[in-house]
Design a protein around this ligand. Structure first.
Ligand SMILES: Cc1cc2nc3c(=O)[nH]c(=O)nc-3n(C[C@H](O)[C@H](O)[C@H](O)COP(=O)(O)OP(=O)(O)OC[C@H]3O[C@@H](n4cnc5c(N)ncnc54)[C@H](O)[C@@H]3O)c2cc1C
Length: 226
């Protein structure tokens, strides 16, 4: 870590460590280090992107995740190349992005997007304790649909052996968000171009029962916008 840890930011607000590499430089007013903001984004997002370097080359892997007790958990096949690299000590940067809208300005230059995002840094480690591994795998299922793991067969020993789980401590990183409409040049305001916001939502559709499934849904079965 090239970072020089400076400790938490605000008074009495549980925060991520501010380090040299997490110091928000560009549009810093859109960022923060508050754990509550970070957790809210992690709660809502369904995927993350895991970046690391292997033999000097960059890799970024999209994947599911969960966060429990201050750790971000990732899982995959025991042979998963990216997770094995993390388990062997590669430094990682994990990003999580929620896309909230398209921002259309009068000028091409000022087009933008509204978003909430998190960047986390650190070194992950393999989870070897079978109980923690099971908890993490069930948390990943619950992250998809709250309470879902209670309505599943839990992982067998064989499945646990076939699965690599790694965890990253959520302690170095930042959150950032953009809200609102376009930010325009004053001289462009009179131009006769449409400008404004196109909101984006990720919507859960109507659940489609698997043909062989006989159970009643243990989740809210109406389509909903998350
Ligand atoms: C959906 C989406 C679209 C975007 N489109 C663009 C684009 O087209 N062009 C563009 O320049 N930027 C875009 N951004 C913003 C981009 O993520 C960066 O914040 C921005 O480019 C500043 O980069 P920088 O390297 O100068 O950041 P710096 O401010 O130098 O970054 C320093 C530190 O700030 C934190 N940080 C920076 N960005 C983020 C972030 N997004 N989330 C959480 N922490 C962060 C990290 O800890 C980082 O290490 C987009 C973001 C999102 C989520």
């Amino acid at each position: 870590v090239t970072a020089d840890r400076q400790g938490s930011s605000a008074e009495d607000v549980p925060s991520l460590c501010q380090t040299e590499r997490t110091r928000l430089r560009r549009k810093a007013d859109r960022g923060c280090y508050e754990l509550e903001a970070v957790r809210a984004i992690l709660d809502e997002a369904l995927i993350c992107h895991v970046g690391f370097a292997f033999e000097g080359r960059p890799w970024v892997m999209p994947t599911t995740f969960a966060h429990v007790d201050g750790y971000l958990y990732l899982h995959g096949a025991a042979a998963n190349f990216a997770l094995r690299s993390l388990a062997e000590g590669a430094e990682t940067c994990v990003t999580v992005t929620l896309l909230d809208g398209l921002v259309l300005a009068r000028s091409a230059f000022h087009h933008s997007m509204n978003y909430r995002s998190v960047m986390l840094f650190g070194r992950a480690e393999a989870v070897v304790d079978p109980d923690e591994k099971t908890r993490a795998l069930l948390a990943i299922v619950d992250h998809m649909v709250a309470g879902r793991s209670a309505d599943t067969r839990h992982p067998s020993e064989k499945e646990l052996r076939a699965t690599l789980v790694v965890r990253l401590r959520i302690d170095e990183g930042s959150a950032k968000r953009r809200i609102g409409g376009p930010v325009e040049e004053p001289e462009d305001m009179a131009l006769a171009h449409w400008a404004g916001l196109i909101p984006l939502v990720l919507m859960r559709g109507e659940p489609q029962r698997d043909g062989e499934s006989t159970g009643a849904p243990s989740f809210h079965a109406e389509p909903e916008i998350s």
